[in-house]
Design a protein around this ligand. Structure first.
Ligand code: BG6
Length: 474
């Protein structure tokens, strides 16, 4: 289905996220024929950063050229560009924005829907939300809010209260772009469309789970954001926990927003409060010399943790989460480690070449990702010797990837359609912050690691007796 006609207002239109993801994403949706038949995009920012309509169009063009799909902009560009305008907004002077929204709505006629995308730093959320309430722009509108949602439990509760004073929860789309990645939907397909996997997806058969998102990039000049945020808030409490929600959830009663979100939030309810002794916080050497970073900074650029879910399906099964900057590879991998067979029938020396990386299901949710099953086979010959083998499925080459959407594209489309399935909910976010409280109150000291490594030395100890499934053999 195609969304109704829309006026989309992009707060933070001159910022990094708009440039890298949102403007190229909106253009790609247009080219893919997925935008509403009629729409306008109104960019907004504080008056100090105001642009003219023409400047905003040039800004969008440059963003699409630099960060959009590799093919040329082509014919679709002109119509897209014509749909762009700009209106600045400050709490004491929202007038330019009001005028721009009114002009856009008049051009469209017929009462288009309003969608606000708050691509602004967390400190600015509350004032933008109040502005939307005070000016009545919020009426009948939907709002997309960026992560991280708060910095701890009290701030998340306060932010929820601020937003709920203006928007009903059914209109709030808290975005986590990892949930828009194809492979997250694929976890649902794998688990619930096949009789092969779901029956073994539990503590009887699975010994541990790894959710591993190392990044090769550093902080990319985002020191101001990163210094105050760190990897735990930037990646773990957001992207990695959300992924864990989909990996660990019970089968929902139906594939629709309420049922899916109920099951995901139940996972977070059962998350045991984090134990700081089971957390490794790391900082790559050289981070303190980056421009804009405090020379004594205690901000972590890496976090690895062992967490547990106190529920019937997962009791006693540790989940290991890892993410960090400046690591050896950039990957997005979920690994299910299966239990050993109940009886060791094979002679000890049969296992001669066998590491500890068999007996695993590995879901790679890069764009495009794949699924690998790792198991043991017998090496040909007279001796009973076991060898590691893999069955690999890769999206690349299997499907027409032109239909693939990036995380942000998929989620903006869902927000226009009013589908909240892949967005986070206030109770879930608060449960996550509540579980994180012991760690936030008593963070262990940061441990150094070399750029290009897999993190501080202690990560091996953290996951023992298992091993990280990365690096793999590819
Ligand atoms: C963002 C974080 O939300 O996700 C960044 O703020 C991180 O620090 C990025 O690099 C990773 O996203 P992706 O889709 O490139 O893995």
């Amino acid at each position: 289905p195609r969304p109704d006609d829309h006026v989309i207002v992009l707060f933070g239109a001159t910022g990094d996220l708009a440039r890298r993801k949102l403007l190229p994403g909106l253009f790609h949706l247009t080219r893919a024929g997925l935008m509403p038949e009629h729409f306008r995009v109104v960019g907004s920012a504080p008056a100090a950063d105001a642009l003219s309509d023409e400047e905003f169009r040039a800004h969008a063009r440059a963003a699409v050229d630099e960060f959009g799909r590799s093919e040329p902009r082509g014919e679709a560009w002109e119509a897209f560009e014509a749909a762009l305008s700009f209106g600045s907004a400050d709490p004491d002077d929202p007038q330019p924005l009001l005028a721009a929204v009114e002009a856009a709505e008049q051009e469209l006629g017929g009462g288009p829907r309003r969608l606000f995308h708050l691509a602004v730093p967390p400190v600015a959320f509350a004032s933008v939300v109040r502005l939307l309430g005070d000016t009545q722009l919020a009426e009948h509108a939907r709002v997309i809010v960026e992560k991280p949602f708060g910095t701890d439990l009290p701030s998340a509760q306060e932010l929820n209260a601020t937003i709920h004073a203006v928007f009903d929860e059914s209109k709030i789309f808290r975005i986590d772009h990892f949930l828009g990645k194809e492979s997250v939907d694929n976890i649902l397909a794998l688990r619930f469309a096949n009789g092969l996997f779901e029956p073994v997806w539990n503590r009887q058969h699975i010994s541990h789970v790894q959710i591993d998102v190392p990044e090769q990039i550093g902080i990319e000049g985002r020191s101001r954001f990163f210094e105050g945020t760190g990897t735990f808030r930037d990646m773990i409490v957001t992207h990695l926990f959300q992924l864990m929600g989909f990996v660990a959830m019970e089968p929902p009663a139906a594939l629709e927003a309420h049922a899916l979100r109920d099951e995901k939030e139940r996972v977070f309810q059962s998350l045991r409060p984090l134990d700081p002794a089971q957390v490794v916080r790391g900082q790559y050497t050289g981070y303190r010399d980056e421009p804009g970073v405090d020379p004594h900074s205690d901000t972590e650029t890496f976090a690895a943790l062992r967490v547990e879910l106190d529920n019937w399906r997962w009791a006693g099964v540790p989940f290991f989460l890892r993410s960090g900057k400046s690591l050896a590879q950039g990957r997005h991998v979920v690994t299910l480690g299966f239990r050993e067979p109940v009886l060791r029938m094979f002679p000890v020396d049969a296992h001669h070449a066998v590491g500890l990386r068999s007996n695993q299901l590995v879901i790679d949710f890069a764009d495009p990702g794949g699924v690998t099953s790792r198991f043991l086979t017998k090496e040909p010959g007279p001796l009973m010797r076991l060898e590691e083998a893999e069955m690999v499925f890769r999206y690349a080459g299997c499907y027409n990837e032109r239909h693939a959407l990036e995380g942000y594209e998929r989620l903006i489309l869902d927000a226009m359609l009013g589908d909240q399935s892949l967005f986070t909910r206030s109770d879930g976010i608060e449960n996550l912050w509540a579980a994180a409280t012991p760690l936030l109150e008593q963070p262990p000291p940061v441990e150094p690691y070399a750029p290009g490594s897999w993190g501080p030395d202690r990560i091996g100890q953290l996951i023992a007796p298992y091993r990280w499934s990365l690096p793999d053999r590819h």
